[in-house]
Design a binder for this molecule. Structure first.
Ligand SMILES: [Zn+2]
Length: 355
């Protein structure tokens, strides 16, 4: 098989199995291919060392990476057209102490648009989130571990409201993970001096209805976000934190004031993507099992802090502990519920708790 054909074959196989990442790892005198499916690594195939190297070089070339550089870690992006469908890929390479290069390929645009209520354990939280997204201006924050589907949730939420009201949407991301022709998508490029701050500043000049921000991670971006929310924009962003109230602490740390939060913050959503329990697999549903659809093998558990509870917390009339005691739908309580209903395994129940 020609190298071009082989690379397409691998990516096609990966797509057919719902793979999010392809790992190409050196081992002795061969390369092993692993597919990450539903968060789990599964072995796919081995090829001779020379073929593995050619495979990696081909993608480095395609992604405009330095093909001759084999020692320094590199990253890149490219699009592959297979059988008429465009697939966006992200690449990263790293070399071990034996000077053998390995590569991870992330497959980005799964074109499946599943509604939020189809991919969650509880519809009530999704309805709350959808209501919050109806506001014309303000700030709606998402948080959750890497790989918890935050970008997918933000995109689907805005896509749903776009379909009803055709608003102008600009995204500022690092990098763009899901391609969406309905939105004007922009991407940070630190090397070229294009930062979150500069992109956000120019986005605001376009006066879009909704701005999606990949992550608020510095003071400048945080300030600009508040300014945007105060001047009549709906801003949907993610912030790194370990729970809903952690988001507020993080924003205060980034120089946003309590008063600004009171004026702009509509709600905070914390989410985790948790595998569904399958009675046939006697645990998390395996990729090949037909009992649960491929894209429904995991679902999201949301915790929403908004309205009265949020107000009380921001006015400091309630402490974090008091808020959590009062909350009947806090993350850990909902997690206990999905476990009690038999939707998730005991292992997941323990693993996904917020400490
Ligand atoms: Zn199963």
């Amino acid at each position: 098989m020609e190298i071009e054909e082989f690379t397409q074959y691998v990516v096609l196989k990966a797509q057919e199995t719902g793979t999010s990442d392809i790992h190409i790892l050196p081992e002795d005198n061969q390369y092993r291919f692993y597919f990450r499916i539903g968060g789990k690594m599964s072995f796919w195939n081995t090829v001779p060392e020379e073929e593995g190297k050619r495979f990696i070089s081909y993608f480095k070339y395609l992604a405009n990476m330095d093909v001759g550089e084999r020692r320094k870690p590199q990253s890149g992006a490219a699009q592959l057209i297979i059988e008429g469908n465009t697939t966006a890929l992200r690449f990263s390479t790293i070399t071990n102490f034996r000077a053998q290069e390995s590569m991870v390929i992330r497959i980005l645009n799964q074109s499946m648009h599943l509604s939020l209520s189809k991919t969650t354990y509880f519809k009530k939280e999704v309805q709350m989130i959808e209501q919050l997204a109806q506001f014309n201006s303000g700030l709606l924050i998402f948080s959750g571990p890497v790989g918890s589907g935050k970008t997918t949730t933000m995109y689907q939420l805005v896509r749903e409201s776009y379909l009803t009201s055709r608003q102008q949407v600009i995204t500022v991301e690092d990098p763009v993970e899901i391609e969406e022709p309905l939105f004007l998508q922009t991407q940070v490029n630190e090397k070229a001096g294009i930062t979150y701050e500069t992109l956000l500043k120019s986005s605001l000049r376009h006066h879009p209805d909704i701005i999606i921000i990949g992550e608020i991670r510095d003071e400048e971006t945080a300030k600009m976000v508040i300014r945007g929310a105060l001047t009549g924009h709906m801003i949907i962003a993610s912030v790194h934190a370990k729970n809903t109230v952690g988001v507020i602490s993080r924003l205060l740390e980034l120089g946003v004031t309590q008063e600004q939060l009171k004026q702009t913050l509509l709600g905070v959503v914390f989410q985790k993507l948790i595998p569904r329990y399958c009675p046939f697999c006697k645990g998390d549903c395996e990729p090949a099992c037909l009992h649960i659809n491929l894209y429904e093998k995991r679902a999201i558990l949301y915790d929403v802090l908004s309205r009265e509870e949020l107000k009380q917390y921001l006015n400091q009339t309630q402490t974090e502990e008091q808020i959590q005691e009062k909350q009947t739908r806090s993350f850990n309580l909902l997690l206990r519920k999905v476990y009690a209903y038999g939707y998730i395994s005991e292992k997941s129940f323990i693993q996904f708790q917020i400490p």
